[in-house]
Design a protein around this ligand. Structure first.
Ligand code: NAD
Length: 276
């Protein structure tokens, strides 16, 4: 384990453009359950997963009813405002401050990377503290709309202050397309990085799970020609997860550090400080 931590630190120090990809495992140590780990929400309540597949269809069919239901039911994740970032989130923020990590692309909706101080965060599946216009993609902080008042006055769904389009919560539900701006920016990062640190994700949710594949596809010698440069490119892909994933089994990642993100990431940062 120590050897792998040192190896990851060395790889990070030598990288020119490192990015991190994170998933629900990053926040379990903050008390938010993941979906597919042993104590995951779907593992314990398979019925909730089936229902989650219907959420976006409901919004499309009737945004008013969708909003009314959303405002009366409890959140699947409990009160996200009450949880706090853990040492893993702070470690990634510190790597960014040191100029090593250029961005975090997260599947998490919990806003914990931002709260830990990470500046460049791409919320691939949205952010539970934001709303998004489905027409023009403008994001709003939750507080910018008084949703309870709109409900009491029969004025749901909320409408975009910029274009008048329908406003939805920013969370990307199953079957909902990834907002184009985030999808494009994330792909650009995957194609630009020379190191990808993948933390706490089972890597089975697509299209997010394509990002490591895109990075990996750039390794090897690119033939000269229209798109190829003729130069050899190498991308280091490091996984940090409690268990092996398809990325481990299929050789997409170079190596797996098996353990908890909240424990290992701070050790990597300490080692980076020693090595740089
Ligand atoms: P997942 O539940 O499919 O996989 C989580 C992975 O992390 C598992 O392999 C698990 O073994 C591992 N893990 C759990 N705790 C860990 C720890 N402390 N350290 C290292 N690894 C740990 O999660 P996913 O791949 O992110 O996909 C689930 C989807 O659900 C995502 O799209 C995400 O949007 C959403 N989700 C978000 C949150 C959140 O915002 N915190 C929580 C649950 C689910």
């Amino acid at each position: 384990m120590e050897k792998l931590i040192n190896r990851a630190a060395k790889d990070l120090v030598e990288s020119k453009y490192a990015i991190a990809l994170t998933g629900a495992g990053m926040s379990t140590e903050s008390g938010i359950p993941d979906f597919r780990g042993p104590k995951g929400i779907w593992t314990k309540q398979p019925e909730a997963e089936r229902k989650a597949y219907q959420t976006y269809g409901k919004f499309q069919a009737n945004p008013k009813e969708y909003w009314e239901e959303r405002l009366s039911g409890p959140s699947l994740f409990g009160d996200l405002g009450k949880v706090a970032p853990n040492p893993g989130h702070y470690a990634l923020a510190e790597l960014e401050k040191m100029g090593i990590l250029k961005c975090v692309i997260t599947q998490n909706i919990d806003n914990l990377h931002e709260r830990a101080g990470s500046k460049r965060v791409l919320d691939y599946h949205g952010n539970a503290f934001k709303l998004r216009c489905v027409s023009c993609n403008t994001r709003y902080d939750l507080e910018e709309y008084d949703l309870q008042k709109l409900r009491d006055e029969g004025r749901l769904p909320p409408l975009c202050k910029k274009c008048g389009g329908t406003v939805k919560d920013d969370i990307v539900h199953f079957t909902e397309p990834i907002p184009l701006d985030i999808a494009e920016e994330s792909e650009k990062e995957a194609l630009e990085c020379d190191l990808m640190l993948i933390c706490g994700t089972s890597a089975v949710v697509y299209p997010f799970a394509n990002l490591p594949l895109m990075a990996r596809s750039r390794s090897g010698t690119l033939p000269s020609g229209l798109y190829g440069t003729g130069y050899r490119t190498t991308v280091k892909i490091i996984e940090l997860n409690a268990e092996p994933t398809p990325l481990t089994h299929e050789g997409v990642s170079d190596y797996l550090i098996q353990g908890k993100t909240g424990e290992i990431l701070p050790q990597i940062v300490d080692e980076v400080k020693r090595a740089s």
